[in-house]
Design a protein around this ligand. Structure first.
Ligand code: XIL
Length: 392
């Protein structure tokens, strides 16, 4: 095992100790570099993730769906209590917002923007450009001849509609796919096919014009683990960001999705030094960092809920401890708040049929060990200067 890796079993064990310490104040063992116990910290109080993050001038928020938020008042109440930012999970995607080529359906997104305003939440948009979630008409209507016009018009309309209400936009989502074997690791998206690599810059420039206030994000997944595949992805993302910066492209944030344990076997592939070095490289380009979609897939974890929750919490704690240490990191968003509404129910169901438990709150909206882990990493995070999470 490489020197910097913290043995996973040891960490799960330490978290287990925290659980035994029990109610109210949770005693946790801090780890020295070899994973052995060093000090005992106490996390006290019931303060929400929102409060804990805000104390450090960080943002904690989550994704939610219009249908859930507008019909499930208990979930909505927990959301408002725990979160300082709302991200529409699907409502601003092409297939929802532009189901017809020439009309835009802003209703669900507007409802969510109003919910955010009413409850004093920041509002975030995702994505303006993606290789997925196209409406049915896309294939027959978009060609090399009109692609740039379609793309720019879409960004003008959508980012323009929400201008002044959006903290940050995922302008381009998931543009890297090494397996496609294109130069620079770019994904074979329809946009690459129609416009070549310049589509990314075109999109950022259009977004900056349409909403001069929003922070503009390049967002991607598979940047967390120390495997050859993810090392290649990290390098491709760094190269892409360098290229964009060198051309003066208005990109302000790297969004790291951080869907952890997606394949279920990455536990031993977590290397804090690798994550740290990557985020340092991003920050050295003058970019901010946001953890945009974190959750922990429990598809292949033990069925026993207590054991499973410990492993999930441990994955959050390991990753966020490193990510929040970086002064350029401005916030953490989980991809959902409660296990009662998570994309992983469909996307990564368990073979044994047990409900998945990837998020900070359980299906009854109780705080889980994952919540405690996120709370602890926020409490440990160095304080940021105020306003650092907005455009400076
Ligand atoms: C997912 C949603 O959660 C699902 O409900 C939808 O069916 C598909 O998209 N990376 C992203 C998100 O950038 O937009 C994806 O959201 C999850 C992976």
């Amino acid at each position: 095992m490489p020197k910097n890796r913290v043995p996973f079993g040891r960490r799960a064990f330490l978290l287990g100790l925290g659980v035994l310490a029990g109610a109210g104040a949770l005693a946790v063992a801090d780890r020295s570099e070899d994973g052995t116990s060093r000090t005992t910290l106490t996390m006290s109080g019931e303060g929400s993730l929102r409060e804990r993050a805000t104390r450090k001038s960080l943002i904690y928020g989550a994704a939610a769906r219009y249908k859930t938020l507008s019909t499930d008042s208990d979930l909505a109440a927990s959301f408002v209590k725990e979160c300082a930012m709302l991200v529409p999970e699907n409502e601003l995607k092409w297939n929802v917002i532009r189901a017809q080529p020439n009309s835009f359906n802003f209703a669900p997104g507007d409802w969510m923007a109003n919910f955010a305003k009413k409850h004093d939440l920041l509002f975030r948009g995702t994505p303006l450009v993606w290789y997925k979630s196209f409406p049915k008409w896309f294939e027959s209507k978009v060609t090399s001849q009109n692609a740039e016009k379609m793309l720019v018009e879409h960004i003008e309309k959508v980012a323009g509609h929400y201008a002044g209400k959006i903290h940050s936009w995922d302008v381009v989502n998931e543009a890297i796919n090494i397996e496609d074997k294109n130069p620079d690791g770019l994904r074979n998206s329809p946009w690459l096919k129609f416009l070549g690599p310049d589509y990314i810059e075109i999109a950022f420039r259009a977004a900056a014009q349409a909403d001069p206030q929003a922070l503009l994000v390049y967002n991607d997944y598979g940047l967390e683990y120390d495997t050859p595949a993810e090392t290649a992805r990290r390098n491709a993302v760094l190269k892409l960001l360098e290229r964009l910066k060198s051309k003066g492209t208005p990109v302000h944030i790297l969004g790291v999705q951080a869907h952890l344990l997606r394949r279920g076997n990455e536990m031993s592939d977590f290397n804090p030094a690798t994550v740290k070095a990557f985020l340092d490289d991003v920050a050295s380009m003058g970019l901010k960092i946001m953890i945009t979609e974190i959750d922990v897939t429990d598809e292949k974890l033990p069925k026993d809920v207590a054991a499973r929750d410990r492993i999930v919490a441990s994955a959050y704690e390991d990753y966020l401890s490193v990510a929040l240490e970086n002064p350029a990191t401005i916030g953490v968003l989980t991809w959902g708040l409660s296990d009662r509404s998570t994309w992983l129910t469909k996307n990564k169901p368990r073979a044994d049929g047990a409900p998945v438990r990837p998020l900070p709150l359980d299906a009854q909206l109780n705080r889980k060990l994952a919540w405690q882990a996120i709370a602890r990493t926020l409490d440990k995070a160095p304080e940021r200067p105020s306003q650092h999470q907005t455009r400076t």
